[in-house]
Design a protein around this ligand. Structure first.
Ligand code: PLP
Length: 305
């Protein structure tokens, strides 16, 4: 596999960053998780735009332009043979950079470290095949208040989500449902959350959760195929008493939730609304994906020197 690291494509054993990198020390950076399916990079421009927004909010200068990052992501997909592979995953990750220990160096670090990590095969990208059914549990961990780090920034520190996920696993659940400090539902531990009541779709407001790219397209898809879909404050009742619940993310696409806190949802899982929206969304995502260019031999030769 070929990894992009600060201006070069290197093989995995050379894809190393210093232990004094502030993302390693403090989680000081941001990232994206991009799905590749059937030779297409999904929602590429939106992932690049979100990465730049996260970096801007964290006051980290991205060492390449948006156009360059887009090209580098495609190049990473190409040199790892993703034009031919059915499923893949790409993780551009930015760190403020390496430097001495101490937050007082935060404004003296640089240049920022930019990597793109590829993965093929061992990561399930659920755009093809049967819809997945997951179980969920409400977490005791809460999303930080918006006056803390804004939930829309895809920052490198995932400890709240990791602890919530481990807690969910302790209860035999796949997904941890997080709430905001006021008790409103925000999202799953790494996915956005939707509920269906009487054929109407509800989703927590964007400012309470990561502004999921899949979430945005699933809302648009639901409306396009005729469902009413509203963004509003949702409580535990809105999720636990729903007819259908589903989650969305670049990795899961759209997966059904079959039980919450050990209680099975009363209807069939996946329900009819979940199934219809998933089918239309997956079709849209694949049709609008950016084709991975053919393997770039020239670039590999340059990388090998
Ligand atoms: C906390 C969190 N919420 C939601 C999502 C879904 O976002 P997207 O659809 O852009 O992948 C993710 C994706 O990794 C996430 O980490």
């Amino acid at each position: 596999m070929w990894f992009y690291l600060n201006g070069r494509f290197v093989e995995e054993e050379d894809a190393k960053v210093p232990v004094t990198d502030h993302s390693f020390l403090y989680g000081d950076g941001c990232f994206e998780g991009i799905g590749v399916c059937s030779g297409r990079v999904l929602h590429l421009d939106e992932h690049v735009a979100r990465m730049f927004k996260s970096a801007r909010m964290l006051r980290i200068t991205v060492p390449v332009s948006e156009v360059e990052l887009r090209d580098l992501i495609l190049e990473t997909a190409a040199c790892n043979g993703m034009a031919e592979s059915k499923m893949g995953y790409l993780r551009p990750l930015l760190s403020r950079g390496a430097g001495p220990l101490g937050l007082k160096y935060s404004n003296k670090l640089g240049p920022a470290t930019l990597v793109i990590i590829p993965q093929i095969g061992d990561r399930r990208i659920a755009y093809t095949g049967e819809i997945e059914t997951l179980t969920a549990a409400f977490s005791t961990y809460h999303r930080p208040a918006p006056s803390s780090l804004d939930a829309r920034i895809k920052a490198n520190n995932y400890l709240t989500y990791i602890m919530a996920f481990l807690e969910a696993q302790d209860h035999g659940a796949d997904v941890a449902i997080m709430r905001d400090p006021d008790g409103y539902v925000s999202e799953g531990h790494g996915m956005n959350l939707f509920a269906v009541h009487d054929g109407r779709v509800f989703v927590p407001q964007e400012s309470l959760a990561l502004s999921g790219i899949t979430r945005k397209h699933v809302i648009a898809t639901a409306r396009r195929i005729g469902y009413e879909c509203s963004e509003r404050n949702l409580t535990r009742y809105d999720i636990s008493a729903a007819d259908e619940v589903f989650v969305t993310s670049s990795l899961e696409a759209l997966a059904a939730v079959g039980a919450i806190d050990g209680e099975r949802l009363p209807g069939p899982v996946p329900g009819p609304v979940t199934t219809a929206i998933r089918e239309a969304y997956v079709k849209f995502a694949l049709e609008t994906g950016t084709p991975v260019p053919a393997r770039s031999v020239q670039r590999l030769r340059e990388a090998r020197g």
